[in-house]
Design a protein around this ligand. Structure first.
Ligand code: KE4
Length: 429
């Protein structure tokens, strides 16, 4: 495929932006080569600046569960833009989205809108510390909760991909207040909270890990965390920035039947516009200014365009059969990819929860970050480029998650599987 204009733009971008991008994992650093610059998207497709077409399984890292340019979202955004883009005042759009989110998450009595998942988790951590009067935070190795200082300790996503899970610039005294435990290790949770629980403000977890590749929670793991935090007055924060409205309308809390004390959201609730949110039990959230004294603010928090795009997106997810459709498409893809790897004789382990999934190139069973790390980076890089050259856009990192949208069709999936069969065969030469 000719990608000369992308290459030219990348050279130009690097003269103005670090690494030529506005978020590290986009720059193809871990799969090699230069990033593809996109020009437009429509449905399940994205089109790069050289006119190449791709079936898109990145979905902007999760927000685009409806696919690109959904008519209801575009029309609503056009009308909202005509009324103005931002006021710095309350608007009805914020109430509409807040009330809709609360119908999906019974654990959320009150919710605060912010502009990114990072802001949501940073704020939730501050609220947990303010509410409990405790300082320690427990997260999980390669869990990723955005780039807030307290979370860039053994972080996942691009931090792990680029081998900088512990970023420079995070003060050692702050890092000491974050405890990392192995994902899916219930014994470590029980042991650590027994020893240090009295000083722990919160446990924050991605209920389905989406930033070390995709790893589902082991049987009883989330239940153990819920039980151990409950009995010690520790705030359980579910980071549902990815899973919220993705794996069920009510996210992991609906799918696994576990209520968190606080929930962080993002991605889908912005419909592709910048958004994040954190919420939880009334007595916790009433500590947030101006109701309470834990301070958090934002110029564009509750921005009417983001609220509109999010509301229209989430509204579509209330339609009957939506999650069955996502399950059917994703199962077709996941089963087909497993078969393609077996047919090609390529060691691969595929994980999937609903319409989020990951292919690890390893002969191990992947149930934690250590096992995820055995996924061969070079093999993934070659697979990524084999698929890209066959018109399929995957996450440019082995430690990320792929997404199927409602815009994908059986024909898309079958074309993808044809490309995968060829791509995996090429891995063996
Ligand atoms: P943002 O600040 O990027 O909106 O959200 C941070 C965040 C929080 N929690 C979870 C579970 C997340 O996955 C994320 C962000 N996800 C990454 C991709 N895995 C965003 C892509 C990027 O960093 O470029």
């Amino acid at each position: 495929m000719n990608r000369s204009r992308s290459d030219t733009l990348f050279d130009q971008a690097r003269r103005s932006m670090p690494g030529g991008v506005n978020s590290p994992v986009r720059n193809f650093g871990r799969v090699g080569g230069s990033p593809v610059f996109m020009d437009r998207g429509a449905g399940s497709r994205v089109y790069d600046v050289d006119g190449n077409e791709y079936i898109d399984y990145l979905g902007s890292w999760g927000p685009l569960i409806l696919g690109h340019g959904h008519p209801a979202v575009v029309e609503a955004l056009k009308k909202a833009c005509e009324r103005g883009t931002s006021f710095g005042t309350p608007t009805e759009a914020e109430i509409r989205l807040a009330e809709l989110v609360r119908t999906a998450f019974p654990s959320i009595d009150l919710i605060r809108m912010v502009n990114s998942g990072t802001e949501a988790t940073m704020s939730a951590l501050r609220v947990a510390r303010g509410y409990t009067g405790r300082d320690l935070a427990v997260k999980f190795e390669a869990g990723y909760h955005g780039h807030g200082d307290s979370f860039l300790i053994q972080a996942g996503s691009g931090a792990a991909t680029f081998g900088i899970p512990d970023s420079p610039g995070v003060p050692a005294d702050l890092a000491k207040m974050t405890i990392n435990l192995p994902y899916n290790d219930s014994a470590a949770v029980r042991r650590t909270l027994a020893e240090r629980g009295d000083d722990v403000a919160c446990v924050i977890i991605e209920p389905v890990a989406g930033n070390m590749g995709m790893i589902p929670p082991a049987e009883g793991f989330l239940e153990t965390i819920r039980e151990e935090t409950e009995k010690r007055g520790i705030i359980l924060i579910f980071d549902e920035v990815i899973t919220g409205f993705r794996i069920a309308f009510g996210g992991a809390q609906e799918r696994f039947g576990i209520q968190a004390d606080m929930t962080c959201l993002g991605k889908i609730i912005g419909g592709g516009l910048p958004v994040g949110a954190y919420g939880g039990r009334r007595e916790i959230m009433e500590t947030v200014a101006p109701a309470g004294e834990v301070y958090q603010a934002g110029t564009l928090s509750g921005n009417p365009l983001a609220m509109t795009a999010g509301y229209e997106t989430v509204r579509q997810l209330q339609e009957p059969g939506v999650y069955d459709r996502l399950e059917s498409l994703a199962a077709r893809l996941g089963d087909g990819l497993r078969a393609a790897a077996a047919e090609a004789g390529v060691p691969a382990y595929l994980t999937r929860v609903g319409s989020m999934m990951c292919t690890f190139f390893t002969d191990q069973t992947v149930d934690d970050f250590d096992a995820a790390s055995t996924s061969d980076a070079d093999t993934y890089g070659r697979y990524f480029w084999n698929m890209l050259d066959r018109g399929v856009y995957l996450a440019p990192s082995r430690l990320e998650t792929g997404f199927v949208s409602l815009a994908h069709t059986e024909e898309d999936i079958d074309r993808t599987l044809e490309a995968a069969r060829e791509s995996m065969k090429c891995l063996c030469v």
